[in-house]
Structure formats: C-alpha cells, structure tokens
Design a protein around this ligand. Structure first.
Ligand code: PLP
Length: 227
C-alpha cells in the first residue's frame, strides 16, 4: 500500500512538473495530508509546500526537514499568525490591512521580514476571500502601510471560480494579471522583488500559466483527493 502510494505521488509530481514552464514555482499543497505523503514528495527532491491552517503547518514544520520552504495559502486569522511567523516563507493570502499589521508585528518579534502576496477576489463566488483593486490602492496609499517595516509585498494571488467554463477562468486570471500590472506601475515600479502572480490549482493551472502565473498551488493532482 505504501509503495503504491509513494509511486503515485512521485509519478504525479513528475507528470505535473513536465507541464510547468521553467520559472514557474510549484507549491505542492499538502493540507490534510500526512507527513508521510509530504516525505514522498520530499524524497523526489521537492521542497516547496503549501498549507492553509496555521496550527497544522506549525506541527508539520516541527517534524519535517528544515530545508522545506513553507507557504501559507489559506485565509489567515490574525490570532493564528504567531503559529507560523518564525518560519513561513511566503503568505499568499493577505486580505486585510489588519492582517498585514499583525504579520508585521509577529515578524518584528522574530526579527525578520515576511514576504506577502495581496489576495484579490477574482471569482464570481462570494465565499472566496480577497480584496478588490480599490481596497488594495487604499492600503498601499495609507500612512499606516508606510510604517510596516517587517513585511514586504512581493505580488498578488487569486482563486478562479470553480467551474468548467474555461473562458470565465481565463478571464479571471487575466483580470488578476492586469491588477498586478497596475499595482506594479503605481507602487512597485523600481522594485524587482514585486514579481509574483500566484494563480492556478489542480483543475486550472495550465490556463493560469498561459495567463502569466509565476506560482501555481497544486494539491489533489499530486496527493489525491482530500477527505
Ligand atoms: C486547497 C488549495 C489549493 C489546491 O487545491 P487543489 O484543487 O487540490 O489543487 C490551492 N490554493 C488554495 C488557496 C487552496 O486552499
């Protein structure tokens, strides 16, 4: 059973990597998956993993090898930031100025700068978290944002609608790319670190890459369906 599982993780990972262009980072999403499953991908040389629950990520980080790059990808409550602030590599899902302030505070306590992406709401579903362009502009224009010395915004993230309508998905990814370009032009023109567009999951990552993704977040296509 273990052999069958490990074989399939290795093969699926290989298969997906063959579809991902050079320069696009693969975040292997391991939420709900065991440390054994993560180790299967690790043994294939993969080092970048994504989780959407702070405590779960903290527990896994303590057990697993320390050269893993941990990315936080889900909605993050301010009172949970402290569970990940000492080690997280990138927080993809910043969706409020309050959260940004708390990340800054926890980063300061750990004497580090935490890289963040601003999550845009691009889907038609109302349940998905995220900011619109106007809200992002108001954050970046604020005096408060200027005081945050322990966070660095390196790009944007978004989730497309869960649908079979690939035209709609493509349109949503295009909207995110346009927002990225606008923000870059207005606030980060000279900043080479502002370059990341995190979009695309198991069902839509090939479209996302065609539309300019620099990071894709893929879970079930590597590790199988979640319970
Ligand atoms: C779960 C999750 C993913 C991965 O989803 P799959 O469909 O399993 O690839 C990507 N991004 C976010 C924000 C997620 O919560």
């Amino acid at each position: 059973m273990t052999n069958e599982l490990s074989m399939s993780v290795a093969i699926k990972l290989q298969e997906i990597k063959s579809h991902i262009s050079n320069g696009v980072k693969l975040i292997a999403v391991t939420k709900t998956k065991s440390v054994e499953s993560i180790m299967e991908a690790y043994k294939c040389g993969h080092r970048i993993f994504g989780e959407n629950r702070a405590q779960e990520m903290n527990e896994k980080q303590l057990i697993l090898p320390h050269d893993i790059e941990w990315h936080f990808i889900g909605h993050l409550q301010t009172n949970k930031v402290r569970f990940i602030s000492s080690f997280v590599q990138l927080i993809h899902s910043v969706d409020s100025v309050k959260l940004l302030g708390e990340i800054n505070k926890q980063a300061q306590k750990n004497d580090r700068v935490i890289d963040c992406l601003l999550q845009f709401h691009i889907a038609t579903e109302e349940t998905k978290f995220g900011l619109n362009l106007r809200e992002v502009v108001s954050i970046l224009d604020s005096d408060y944002y200027q005081t945050l010395q322990n966070i660095r915004i390196v790009g944007v993230m978004g989730m497309a609608t869960l649908t079979n309508n690939t035209d709609l998905i493509r349109q949503e990814f295009r909207t995110l790319k346009k927002s990225f370009e606008k923000i870059k032009e207005l606030y980060f023109k000279e900043d080479s670190y502002f370059k990341e567009i995190s979009m695309g999951m198991s069902e839509d990552y090939t479209i996302a890459i065609e539309e300019g993704a620099t990071m894709v977040r893929i879970g079930s296509a590597i590790f199988g369906e979640r319970n």
